[in-house]
Design a binder for this molecule. Sequence first.
Ligand code: SAH
Length: 346
Amino acid sequence: MINLKGLEQHELESLVKEEGESSYRGKQLFTWIYQKGVFNFQEMTNLSMSLREKFSSIWDIQEIRVIKTQISEERDTTKFLFQLSDGEMIEAVLMYFEDRLAVCLSTQVGCAFKCSFCASGLKGWKRNLEPWEIVDQFLQIQKREKDRISNIVFMGIGEPLSNYDHTLKAIKILHDPIGTGIGMRHITISTVGIVPMIKKLAEEGSPIRLAVSLHAPIDELREKLLPIAKKYKIAELMDACRYYQSKIRRRMSFEYTLIKGINDDLELAKKLASLLKGMIAHVNLIPLNPMSEFPYHAPDSKQVKAFQMTLEKFGIPVTVRQERGQDIQAACGQLRLQVEKGKICA
Ligand code: SAH
């Protein structure tokens, strides 16, 4: 059976036409699935009984299963653990801000990049998520939340640019105004820095926000933290970022996870500032979310502040990302890992 979830509006229209029905039925199906979050043909009241029967005999609308939710103490973050039909697990996070609701979605099961402080890569990469599995993280969370989710960040498990086609397809679906209608400017792709894929994304011409996980301003240190940095040197990465900015004309962000005694020296802040000179860039400082699996610690808040002020002195806008949901293992892949290891029950 064809799973209708994960199809774009025009694909649904062609599918219904192939069945001898008028194409606006495709639009109706699209609205039911993405705008109303209805996944059961019997509840689609603007379709006749006979159409509901016909459609449900040839197609289905699959769902991923929420197996655990955790709400942070401050109640500003909810983490969702999902099980996929092959038994694999992924995570997504809902974040409440004063003026908006944002979700952080996964794009792969596991991660191939093995960044030295990130839980997602600890057990390696298993597979890419299908477009519908990416979209359904959003739909399942929106279904449980009365306020409209307006922002999406691809900062969950996996590397969005190494599951490029499926991530972009999911974005097209979530962007469609007759469905969830998320503005491209409200979508952020976070990447470990795959140079050719950044250039490819630039060519799409969509105003998707790009966030690059930099974590160090010099190659030698970056290579220790992110193995991919051996392949793409910082100079090459920055060229790709400048190219992206020349095409998309949007402020970019650079993520910098601060790790005590490793990359939090103020000399590095100065080097980072000179690297970003001339760009419309913004730095997200993320104090490390520590895990017992890694030998790293977060710097104290004084050091975080000093690093921030050094960047600001050189005119670089900085946000210190609030440590949301440490109590609920909210950093990438942490909850999945704990459940798989049997430290937490699903
Ligand atoms: N693969 C993408 C997106 C996933 S990670 C990327 O690398 O950007 C989203 C961000 O969280 C990355 O900047 C990542 O380096 C950071 N991160 C991962 N684990 C972390 C941890 N334990 N503490 C702080 N930041 C972490």
